[in-house]
Ligand binder design. Structure first.
Ligand code: FAD
Length: 464
């Protein structure tokens, strides 16, 4: 952090009780500073009224991320990078990982905290709609004790919150109850990174037998505070998705928000975008519903197979026999989310020899010859995965072949990369970078790539 001029005072107590006692002693005199990504912007603009700053950066009590049986507590001092890296958040609260991924650039994500985003209380803040739809609760702490408040009522009016001058947010609590929901987030702005949202949106939907059982819609940058679209939700809930419902929901969303004209956009544009986002979400929810019905049929049949038959069927998704057997012991698997979670757990716990067996089931990148021992389905999938590589120019193909040889000499196995969607030059750059790895790092990078391949193949299998 840049050195502050002498009229400012900055202290950094080591523990949370020390910070709280300072705040209690002179309520309102001390401004907490966490990552400083908002405070220092105010300072640089000459708009920082506070002269006494107390650092809460890296306080262990604010930095923990606890996964409990029915709830996840995210320390207010967790950064966007922490959120993006956490497996359970990625799996169960993906709206938070998505919004973290487009909050500023990487440097900002390493430093900015979720607690700071909440208390800074910009109506355009990107993580706030996600907190709304997940029904978050905040743990507020002071020297007087701790209280728990629903996040939905935390913002009182434009940039005014329920936080008392002697209080900090200690943690954000989120229930683990969204298994089976379809989650969707969008940021509409000049661009994703380093741009303030014109409209940001987070949504969750649950379909049962084609009917919307639950729907949660929230938006930022369309009112003085982030809002839930409760009236739009009421219209949608309990109905099946058809063009008429989409028309009604779009109109309700546009009517429910209270956008303004400002430097980034106009209220008319924001209303049109809000309607489009709700319409887009409902269309995607409907497609997702049809897909998950199909997945459930595939899984119901697979759950009923004899173990050896079930292992044989799922083997091409990974290539390791121990993995395939491990997957069969997780049955019954009820949905895609549970299947992918089981995949990760089984894969992570396999010994190195089974990882190597999976790697051996792939053809070389740029080579159409699948190993003879690989199942027929695996060969078909490999061919589709390497589609873009086949279209590459001869010079890139030659460079890939040379890179493959160098890799095999160094690591004594073939180079594994999740090729889907990647061009040959992109893969070549990855290969050259990974040639610099030591053995242990490279084994784990390959394992992560194999995990991603398995996810894509499992999804293809479910839609078969
Ligand atoms: C280049 C850049 C790009 C950005 N891009 C985006 C973006 O795309 N989307 C977006 O939403 N934001 C963006 N931001 C804003 C910013 O990064 C976030 O609001 C960030 O989450 C603030 O966290 P912090 O820890 O840096 O807060 P700080 O600046 O340290 O503090 C902000 C406010 O929160 C208070 N505070 C912090 N933690 C606590 C706590 N635990 N309890 C009580 N009060 C607390 C502070 O007292 C202060 O009032 C960007 C900022 C920059 C500089």
């Amino acid at each position: 952090m840049r050195a502050l001029p002498t009229e400012y005072e900055l202290v950094a107590p080591r523990t949370l009780p020390d910070v709280l006692s300072l705040l209690a002693h002179e309520p309102g005199a001390w401004l907490p500073i966490a990552g400083g990504t908002d405070v220092m912007v105010q300072y640089s603009a000459g708009k920082l009224a506070a002269r006494k700053l107390v650092s809460i950066w890296n306080l262990p009590e604010l930095r923990s991320l606890e996964v409990m049986a029915d709830e996840i507590q995210i320390g207010a001092g967790c950064t966007y990078t922490d959120l993006r890296a956490h497996e359970v958040i990625l799996r169960e609260l993906s709206l938070l990982s998505s919004s973290a991924s487009w909050t500023g650039g990487i440097a900002n994500q390493n430093r900015g905290t979720i607690g700071g985003n909440i208390v800074n209380a910009s109506p355009a803040a990107d993580s706030l709609p996600a907190l709304m739809v997940y029904g978050a609760e905040l743990l507020l702490v002071s020297a007087r004790g701790e209280r728990r408040v629903p996040y939905a009522s935390f913002h009182i009016s434009y940039r005014k919150t329920q936080l008392a001058p002697d209080e900090l947010i200690r943690a954000i609590c989120l229930k683990r109850q969204f298994s089976g929901y379809y989650a969707h987030a969008r940021k509409v702005g000049a661009r994703n990174a380093q741009a303030i949202s014109k409209v940001c949106h987070a949504a969750l939907g649950l379909l049962t037998d084609g009917v919307v059982d639950d729907i949660r819609l929230a938006m930022g940058s369309v009112a003085p505070v982030p809002i839930r679209l409760s009236e739009t939700e009421r219209i949608i809930r309990g109905r099946s998705i058809d063009p008429q419902l989409i028309r009604l929901a779009r109109a309700a969303a546009a009517a429910e928000i209270r956008p303004i004209d400002d430097i980034r956009s106009t209220s008319r544009y924001r209303a049109a975008v809000a309607a489009n986002l709700v319409g887009e979400f409902l269309e995607q929810l409907s497609v997702h519903g049809a897909r998950s019905e199909n997945s459930q049929k595939v899984l119901a049949r697979w759950n009923g197979l004899q173990s050896d038959k079930a292992a044989e069927e799922i083997l091409p998704c990974c290539g390791s026999k121990a993995w395939a057997r491990g997957m069969t012991t997780r049955r019954p698997v009820l949905n895609e989310e549970a299947l992918l979670a089981a995949c990760d757990e089984v894969w992570r716990n396999l010994p190195e020899s089974d990882w190597l067996e999976a790697y051996r089931s792939h053809p070389r990148i740029g080579d159409s010859h699948t190993p003879a021992s690989a199942p027929v389905q695996s060969a078909a999938w490999s061919s589709a995965e390497q589609q873009k590589v086949r279209a590459a120019g001869e010079d890139v193909k030659a460079a890939l072949a040379a890179g493959n040889r160098e890799y095999e000499q160094k690591f004594n196995r073939i180079f594994i990369v999740c090729a889907t969607g990647k061009s040959a030059p992109q893969i070549l750059a990855i290969l050259r970078r990974r040639l610099q790895n030591d053995e242990k790092t490279e084994l784990h990078e390959a394992a992560e790539q194999q995990r991603q391949i398995a996810h894509l193949r499992l999804k293809k299998w479910l839609s078969s």
